[in-house]
Design a protein around this ligand. Structure first.
Ligand code: PLP
Length: 490
């Protein structure tokens, strides 16, 4: 399976190269059209343990990596609460796929625990000697998960940019207390899109530039090495439903996915392309409902108010991974490039009807504002005694909308992307409690109110010292990176 740029089919690279570069030199994303004809023995996979599933799926998607089993071991062994990685829990009339049992209590751990291993292996097979510098913009969760994943990994350094005031206090504390000799964390005055656009511009400007032997790469879900590991939990959830006797092999399952950059849900589409009987992929958005409009009408329009919501990891107006889906749906890189040009120039584009029909044949959508998400958290706690975080609550609410229209009996799996303890203020509010001033006191307050235990990594945060204090304007991101890369020691 080779990878092409979504904007230029002639730009073909190996999977190791694609992981190492993160983004194609023309600004496109790496994708493989071979996915559309994948011949993958997924049935035999259902009997395997999660590590074996990971090894086989990753080897299928990223065939140029040797020893994938070893990379999976190093990436995951002992880092999650259990080696099952992502448990499926029955809650009321649906299933919740809990993706937040990794080291930083966010679903991004699933990919970012193993991405550093993939990058290290790719460095070796591509004969890279200088440092690989990971640049990442984060809306809150990616940053910490990436820092933790790359911390002290030889041959790598990582710089994380987050929007000042745009992440929760717990998320910020997680990042600014990060230890490690190769890590750097910096706030940007602006929102997540500003930070992400800044990072993309740096990649564009530094293509071909000599950075003292160092090369830039990305840990955002624009890197195919981020997406591939996420495909695994769709299979794992399906296998769990088979083993629980809820479905038979071959039956459909619907997945409702809280979405921001369209990475998590795109991984679900990859699972479907590999043969998994995925029913509808339901795209759940918060008040930043750019994807709801897009899937409903075919018009993508980022010129709209930007809302800061209680589900900040989905406060995104430019959904990067959509570009991969567009390319897979139409196979016409010139058309994709023209849409992306329109987006950059005018802030919007409209896809043609044939493509919209293809899109709607696969994806459903829905959105939910903060008030409704809070009500959902309260309702699910009262009715099911299950505590969900605001992102999961968005997906739960959209699953309600979806199930009200759905007539088949196929199970519905709601993807749960964060521990409720990462967003204690919103969760307490939703339970009708007045949150304390301090987010750490809130965690304890939430624990007392619910009896749900606090994840270890979050409980220990309070006692850690702040190690990163930089704050810059978005115009200064490039010079900041150049300065940092030039420093021998951080
Ligand atoms: C990143 C994130 C999402 C959105 O995932 P995408 O891959 O960007 O669609 C949802 N919930 C949480 C908690 C996240 O951190």
């Amino acid at each position: 399976m080779n990878y092409q740029s979504t904007r230029n089919r002639c730009w073909t690279v190996s999977s190791t190269r694609a992981v190492l570069e993160g983004i194609a030199p023309d600004g496109g994303l790496y994708i493989s059209r071979d996915l559309l004809q994948a011949d993958f023995d997924w049935r035999s996979l259902l009997e395997e343990d999660t590590f074996t599933m990971s090894r086989r799926i990753l080897s299928a998607l990223l065939p140029d990596f040797d020893d994938m089993g070893e990379l999976v071991q190093r990436g995951y062994a002992g880092k999650f609460e259990s080696d099952e990685l992502t448990p499926l829990v029955k809650v009321g009339d649906r299933y919740v796929l809990e993706l937040f049992h990794g080291p930083t209590s966010a679903f991004k751990d699933v990919a970012l625990s193993i991405l550093p291993q993939l990058i290290t292996a790719a460095r070796q097979s591509e004969g890279v000697s200088g440092d690989t510098v990971i640049l990442t913009a984060t809306s809150g969760d990616t940053g910490k998960a990436a820092l933790e994943g790359f911390r002290d990994v030889p041959g790598t350094r990582i710089i994380v940019f987050y929007p000042e005031g745009g992440v929760s206090a717990v998320q910020q504390a997680q990042m600014v207390t990060q230890e490690g000799r190769n890590v750097c964390v910096c706030a940007v005055r602006g929102n997540f899109d500003d930070a992400q656009t800044g990072v993309k511009n740096i990649f564009a400007q530094c293509a071909g530039m000599d950075l003292g032997g160092a090369r830039l790469s990305s840990a955002n879900s624009i890197n195919i090495g981020r997406l591939a590991p996420q495909v695994v939990y769709y299979f794992k959830a399906y296998a769990d439903l088979v083993h629980a006797g809820r479905i038979r092999v071959g039956d459909k399952v619907h997945f409702v996915v809280p979405t921001g950059n369209f990475g998590d849900i795109l991984a679900g589409y990859f699972a479907k392309l590999l043969g998994l009987p995925v029913g509808r992929l339901v795209c759940a958005s918060n008040a930043n409902d750019v994807l709801t409009e897009f899937i409903s009408t075919g018009r993508y329009n980022k010129c709209r108010p930007f809302y800061k919501t209680i589900s900040p990891s989905m406060d995104i107006l430019v959904s990067s991974n959509l570009e991969r889906l567009l390319y897979l749906l139409c196979g016409d890189e010139k058309y994709v490039a023209s849409l992306m040009e329109q987006l950059a120039a005018t802030g919007s584009y409209q896809i043609h009807d044939e493509m919209l029909a293809k899109l709607q044949a696969l994806f459903s959508c829905g959105c939910c504002n903060d008030e409704t998400a809070e009500k959902t958290i309260g309702k699910v706690w009262a009715k099911e005694h299950y505590l969900c975080d605001p992102h999961t609550a968005v997906a739960w609410t959209v699953a309600d909308q979806f199930m009200a229209q759905q007539t088949d009996k196929a199970p519905v799996v709601v993807l749960s992307t964060a521990s409720p303890y990462k967003f204690p203020a919103a969760v307490l509010q939703a339970l009708g409690r007045k949150p304390d001033e301090n987010e750490f006191a809130m965690m304890e307050q939430l624990r007392r109110a619910t009896g749900v235990s606090v994840p270890k990594g979050l409980a220990q945060l309070q006692n850690k010292s702040v190690l990163h204090r930089d704050v810059i304007d978005r115009e200064d991101m490039l010079s900041y990176v150049l300065k940092k890369v030039g420093e021998a020691q951080w």
